[in-house]
Design a protein around this ligand. Structure first.
Ligand SMILES: [Zn+2]
Length: 546
């Protein structure tokens, strides 16, 4: 008998046996839901654990997979780079979203990450919808799903923030929707995606849910004296809403909305999460996501935790109350997905776009290293240093820890660019609050990949970043925040964020091995059996994949 072997076909002289495991297309989830919490440190899972419900964060961790040591691996840890990195599986070095807004050295002006003057707003007469993902220069996992399914898989992005909806949904999304505050109070989009809002979005807008929430107070969900994981409600570290005299509950939203840009006020309350969930659920129904066997992808970014975190700081009762309420939103979303589509048909992951540092004054008062960086003073000192040394004004822009030099003036000095970069980098090290500096020349030439130095290099984009990069000391933020806090550093409080997996083929377990944000898209590509995003630098998370 003659036996011949072809790839997956074994031929016994005329009888053909086909190896099904080799040829059959793999089973795939019907829907992937990527949840991003804007400004969520990993420790919030533990700190509030005893007060979470059984059906939100706890359900995911008790049944799904917890990557306990998951980090951002670049600086700056801001919203736009965070969302771009989760979904492109790489860092600003490659995807080009180097900040929320940055100095565009070619056009000599500051640009916003998702601005696009070639498109118009859909759903409002404002300019809030003149947005697209065109500044993100590599593909997303959502783009790859589109390419893989011949554009039949649907992709929808939802977030209060435009950048939180647009960047995750990628370049070929069916739609991205974000919330216009001010006196509008509606979900809008851009002509990049569509000519007019679909009926289901118009129906969500017609419900006026934001209006209803803003006509009530924000009070704590549980008795306020049970919030023992947070500092006392009345303290000097928190910012107040315009028109308030103390940062304390109840926050009387109905009274406050007029002085706080009306509908924009909802963003700084947990009810911003509620309208986001409402929109996400409406998208699943309205777009029939997860209905057929072709995988769809919904991205949901909860923006309110970031607004609340900035204003009140990580140790506030407001932040705790926000997380206890967000937990209920997550529970609602999970319940809906499981009952409508089925746990084994939906793949869910939850992460954050960055963490945050405790309010520096709170740290200072508790003898923990921290400080406020006088950026304006530094700018003047640096300008004078250059004038004295080379007799020309060399500083064109300083933003996001980048110094952009004036290259026309630089030529006039007759000194090499490398030397000037180095002298500026050395000078900056004499300024209070700066801990490290890097020249563009060294960043372009170097191969360092480890730890904080590696974070700087992975955040440095050769065509978009500045000529000298400086890093503030641990615990330091820019002065100007007399209350509240921020993020953006390469340190653990900004880089360590949750990464939870749940649903389709996800085993119960956890890993303490370090994972980094780009690993998310690398893992999704393996689970979905599709190509990873074009510049993906992540590695699939092994323990998660059976
Ligand atoms: Zn953010």
């Amino acid at each position: 008998m003659m036996i011949r072997f072809y790839k997956n076909v074994i031929c016994f002289s005329g009888i053909i046996l086909i190896s099904l495991s080799g040829l059959a297309q793999s089973k795939k989830p019907k829907l992937v839901v990527g949840i991003v919490v804007d400004q969520m440190r990993y420790d919030y899972l533990d700190r509030f654990w005893n007060k979470y419900s059984e059906n939100g964060f706890k359900k995911i961790i008790n049944n799904g997979f917890n990557c306990k040591n998951n980090h951002y691996n670049y600086m700056p840890t801001y919203t736009a780079p965070g969302h771009a990195s989760i979904f492109t599986g790489t860092t600003p070095e490659h995807h080009g979203i180097i900040s929320n807004e940055w100095y565009d050295k070619k056009n000599k002006r500051t640009i916003y990450c998702t601005e696009d003057s070639t498109v118009k707003t859909v759903g409002s007469s404002s300019e809030e919808g003149m947005m697209s993902p065109k500044n993100m220069i590599t593909t997303t996992i959502t783009d790859q799903l589109k390419l893989n399914t011949n554009f039949r898989g649907k992709v929808i992005g939802v977030s209060l923030k435009d950048r939180g909806a647009i960047l995750p949904a990628g370049h070929k999304a069916n739609a991205a929707y974000w919330f216009e505050g001010g006196n509008t109070g509606k979900w809008i989009s851009s002509t990049y995606y569509m000519k007019e809002l679909p009926k289901w979005v118009q129906e969500v807008n017609a419900k006026k849910s934001a209006d209803k929430y803003l006509n009530n107070d924000w009070n704590t969900m549980f008795p306020i004296n049970s919030y023992t994981e947070s500092i006392s409600d009345d303290n000097t570290y928190e910012g107040v809403f315009e028109g308030e005299t103390s940062p304390t509950f109840p926050h009387q939203l109905k009274k406050l909305r007029e002085k706080n840009k009306n509908f924009s006020l909802i963003k700084s309350t947990p009810f911003g999460n509620s309208i986001t969930t409402e929109m996400a659920l409406a998208a699943i129904v309205g777009e029939e996501l997860g209905k057929d066997s072709i995988t769809d992808f919904l991205t949901v970014s909860y923006s309110s935790p970031d607004y609340i975190g900035h204003q009140f700081g990580p140790m506030s009762v407001e932040v705790q109350d926000n997380y206890l309420r967000l937990d209920i939103e997550i529970a609602q979303l999970l319940d809906f997905l499981e009952s409508k589509i089925g746990k084994n048909e939906v793949l869910i992951f939850l992460t954050a776009d960055h963490g945050a540092v405790d309010v520096p004054q709170y740290l200072i008062d508790n003898h923990i290293p921290s400080g406020y960086f006088e950026k304006k003073k530094m700018s003047e000192e640096l300008k004078n240093f250059c004038l004295t040394k080379w007799n020309v004004d060399l500083i064109e822009n300083i933003s996001n820890g980048n110094v952009f030099l004036n290259h026309q003036n630089l030529v006039k000095t007759n000194v090499s660019t490398t030397q000037i970069e180095q002298e500026i980098a050395n000078f900056l090290l004499t300024i209070d609050g700066i801990s490290k500096t890097f020249t563009a020349t060294s960043l372009k030439a170097s191969n360092f990949t480890e730890n904080i130095d590696g974070n700087i290099r992975r955040g440095f984009n050769s065509t978009r970043s500045g000529d000298v990069v400086f890093v503030l000391a641990s615990g330091w933020i820019n002065a100007g925040y007399s209350t509240g806090t921020t993020h953006g550093s390469p340190y653990n409080y900004d880089t360590h964020v949750p990464l939870l997996w749940y649903g389709y083929q996800i085993p119960h377990g956890e890993t303490t091995k370090k994972t980094v944000i780009p690993d998310i898209s690398a893992t999704l590509a393996v689970i979905l059996n599709i190509n990873a995003p074009s510049a993906c630098t992540g590695v699939p998370i092994q323990n998660l994949l059976k």
